[in-house]
Structure formats: structure tokens, C-alpha cells
Design a protein around this ligand. Sequence first.
Ligand code: SF4
Length: 220
Amino acid sequence: METPDLATPLSDRLEEGLSRIAAVLRADDWSRAKAVQLNPTQYAILVHLQGRPSGLGIKDIAFQLGVSQPTTTDSVAALERKGLVVRHTDLADRRAVHVRLTADAETALQAARSVPGHAHEAVAALDRAGQEKLLLLLIAMIRQLQETGAIPIQRMCASCRHFRPFVHADAARPHHCTFVDASFGQQDLRIECREHEAAAPASRAATWDAFAKGIQTLQA
Ligand code: SF4
């Protein structure tokens, strides 16, 4: 048996843990996709288009989901045949064709989400403090992946031009969102926000520094 002092490095064991959770998330997505007669890629496309009323181009969808453009094109064509997406000309750029959800897709997504997920249950079993810590760790990891170019900019507060971290003295609601002009707390930080507008790289870096500094002060 492997003794604790011969164990693999901590970062390797964390990666092992994340890989177990990723497997459960994939299985949960399979179950949800199957419940609405879709394959996982088609389901992922619907999820990704939700909250984007003007839709996205094929290239963007492929980039965001990390799948090839031909696979995305085939999946969008299948979704179109099922009446779950429509293609339309982007008003801002008449040469660009965007894909957006239909009302039937919103219904299908609602049905898929009613299928219980094991990962969701595991997160719900954590206490409030544990959930908040996990949220901060996830934000830090996603931000790192964004900054190294491994994934595109996600629609989370940490990369949003409306985010003002730790500008209020109220420890329960230290952050401010200029889009809704309201303060909010750590537990309300978004990873996927419809109103997100990406900040310029320099401002994103300054915002992250202020956010990370505030978190460090809280944890000291
Ligand atoms: S608009 Fe959304 S992402 Fe941006 S700061 Fe407000 S809540 Fe966060």
C-alpha cells in the first residue's frame, strides 16, 4: 500500500479528484441529453446558446465548446431539423449567420434540467461555507485557464467590465455591479451571466488583482 509520505504530489491528486468529478458531470449530461433525445454535443450547444438572444456563429460555438467546426455544423443542422435552433443574419454584421434557440429548445432544456444530477447533489450536500470556498476556487481556476488561452473568456464577474470588487465596507455585500447598480456578496458571484460584457485586458488584470487582494485579506 502507498504510504502517505510517498503519495503523488498534491497538485496531481487534485487533478485526479477533478477528473472523477468531470466523469460524473459527463454522465449527468449524457442522462439529460438522452432524456430529450439529443446527443451530448447537441445538448451542450443548446445549453451554451441559452441566454444569448442574438445567438452565436458556428465558429464561436465550436471555439467555446472545444469541438471542431465540422462537428458543430453537423450538430446545428441536426438541431435545426428537430426545430430547436434557427439560423438568422446578424443585424450588426449582415455577412454573419448566427444560430439561436427556439421556444421548443427552451422547453427541452427545462425538461433536461429536471433530470437529477449526481454532481449537483454532491455540491448541494456541502455546507454554505464549503460552497462559497468552492465557488472562489472555481473562479480562480477558470480565470487561470482563460488567461493562458486554454479556454475563451467566460461570462463571469471576474472578467466583466461592470464588476467592482471590494468597494463596499459591508462584509456581506462588498462587491458592486454597475450594470444593475447594486452591491452583492461572494455567494452571488456569477460564472455565467447574461449581462456580462468583457473588460479590456488591462482593466481585467487590475480588477482581478483587487479581487484577489480582497479575498486574501478576508482569509488572513
Ligand atoms: S453584469 Fe453580470 S457578470 Fe457583470 S458584474 Fe454584473 S453580475 Fe457580474
